[in-house]
Every structure is written in C-alpha cells, then in structure tokens.
Ligand binder design. Sequence first.
Ligand code: ATP
Ligand code: MG
Length: 321
Amino acid sequence: MIRLSGITPSGHIQLGNHLGAIRRWAAEGGPEDLYFVSDMHGMTTTHNPARLRSLAAEQLAMLIASGIAPERVFVQSDIARELGALTWILECTCSYGEAARMIQFKEKSKGQAGVRLSLLTYPVLMAADILLQGAGEVPVGEDQRQHVELARALAKRFNGTYGDVFTMPKAVLPPSGARVKDLADPTRKMSKSARDEVGVVFVLDEPDQIRRKIRRAVTDGGTRPVFSPETRPGMANLLEILAACTGGKPEVLAEHFPSYGALKEAVAEAVIEELRPVREGTVALLADPAELDRVRKAGAARAAERGEHRLSSALRLIGGN
Ligand code: ATP
Ligand code: MG
C-alpha cells in the first residue's frame, strides 16, 4: 500500500509542520510511501516565481534532512508533463459542478478579483498526484479530505467508464496530534504562510531567533505554569511543544517549572535541539547543489516512471493514443 503526502512551498517550514507531519513521515513511513513538494499547488494564487522555486528546493532538502529516504521524495513540477497530461484526462471525467463545489475553492475565491482557473481545477491536479502514483492512502487534514474524496470519485468513474486503471485512494486522518499554535496568538495554529511571523518558529531559524520568539510567547497571565488548554491556551501550547520535543506529558511537565521564565527557557532549548539536526542537514544539502540536484533528478525519474503505465493506459482508454 502506497501512502502519499505533499507539502506546499507557500512559506518556510515551521515547527508545526515538523512535529505534526514531517517528523512522523520520517519515523513511520513505509518502504513504498512517497512524499513530494507540491510547488504547482503554490501557483494557484498570487505568487512570486523566484521565491516559489527557492522554497521548493529548501523543502526538498528539508524532507531529506528530516530522515525521509531520498528515493521516496520528489518535486511535483519535475513531473509536470506527466501530471499535466493526467490532469487533462481527469478533467474530462470531472464535472464543472463537482469542482465548483469544493469548499476550499469557495473560501479562497470569495470576494477575490482575478481568481485563477487553476484554483478551481487544482483538486483535479491533486487527483492526478494521487492517481498517477497509485497511492492507496492519503493522510490529510480535515481541510483536504474533500479533495481526496474527489480523487476517489474520479478514479471510480474513470475505471467504470473506460477501463480499470486507477487504484482507489482513500483519505486517512493522521492520529490526532496536538496542533502547534502560533506563539503570539494561540487561538490560531502556527502556519508557514502566516502574514505575521513573530509567533512562528521556522525550522531554519537560528537558535537565538528561536529563544527570542519563545521568550516573547503569550502565556495568558497567572503566576505559575499549569496545563489548561481551554483557559490558558498560550501556556498549554508551550507545554505541548515541550512534550512533543522531549516525550513527556504536558500536565506532568507543568509541575516541574516554578516560573514562566524557567519553562520558556526549557522549551527554547528543547526546540533548538529538536530542530538542530534538520536545520544543519538542510543547510548542508543546500550548500551542495550538485548532490541536491542528483537526488532531485533521481526522485523525479522514479516518480515519472512509476506512473508511466497508468498515464499511457488512461490516455489510450479515453480515446487518445
Ligand atoms: P499554509 O499556511 O500554506 O496552509 P501550513 O503551515 O498550514 O501552511 P500545510 O502545507 O497546510 O502547512 O500542511 C503541511 C502539513 O503540516 C500537514 O500535514 C499539516 O497537518 C501539518 N501542519 C501544519 N501546521 C501544523 C501545526 N501548526 N501543527 C501541527 N501540524 C501542522
Ligand atoms: Mg495549512
């Protein structure tokens, strides 16, 4: 069973992406699993091409530095030809109404001028990402579940109408790990594309930047640390981060610290140590463009080859050559 997950280079990878997704991919990924940098998804709204390209390279390096086997990773645009062709085929099996019903499209297009057509059709590209590779399971958050359902509906329709080509994918919700919250506003989750970066710890931040951000984290009053996510979300967030980095339990950890200051210092040091190998590995890979390029080309070749027979069968079955 192939599992497939992607990450969009909409910003620098942050602590929540590391703890909630990438670290888990590296630890639990099966030998068949695939991870990709979905840079083409990052072109569906206003974007800066040079930044997108550099973020994609950075994210690829980080996936590898995080411990995911290099033969399991690739960059989406490196197989743009295959994906573009399959997207077209799948668009010919998808109704306009189905695409326009996607909640994310409705939300992101609401009140916007000049909405890109790709924002409407990108769930079909996502279906191509999944179906080209023959992925059976796609771990996604709630916000992407509807898109995986669409991929499933299109696979079923294609197989039923033209012939059996595609593996039926299903969305799997990852085990509910706590969401890392923004340090400056713990009512929001930490996000790589957040406009305000003061409350976001990036994996590539220098230790001193991390210390500064954590020292300034909102802790919602009170006198000493307690774990109470409802009434003290800022404090709970710090305790959950510490727990995720050290393996303890947030409610138990709370009792170890006489003051906020002591807790913040411990959180900062734990985060710095957790991220250090990833940051150092990423920086080293980025400093060796020849090696990164070699890995990247090999990953792309494998991803293209893996899907080649599905693409050519599907094209043939739908009436092309
Ligand atoms: P964007 O702002 O572009 O949506 P993001 O930081 O929310 O970026 P995604 O690309 O949406 O990141 O998600 C990548 C992966 O990281 C997903 O598996 C998602 O569940 C996980 N993830 C994102 N933010 C957090 C967070 N704050 N805590 C835990 N996991 C997270
Ligand atoms: Mg997100």
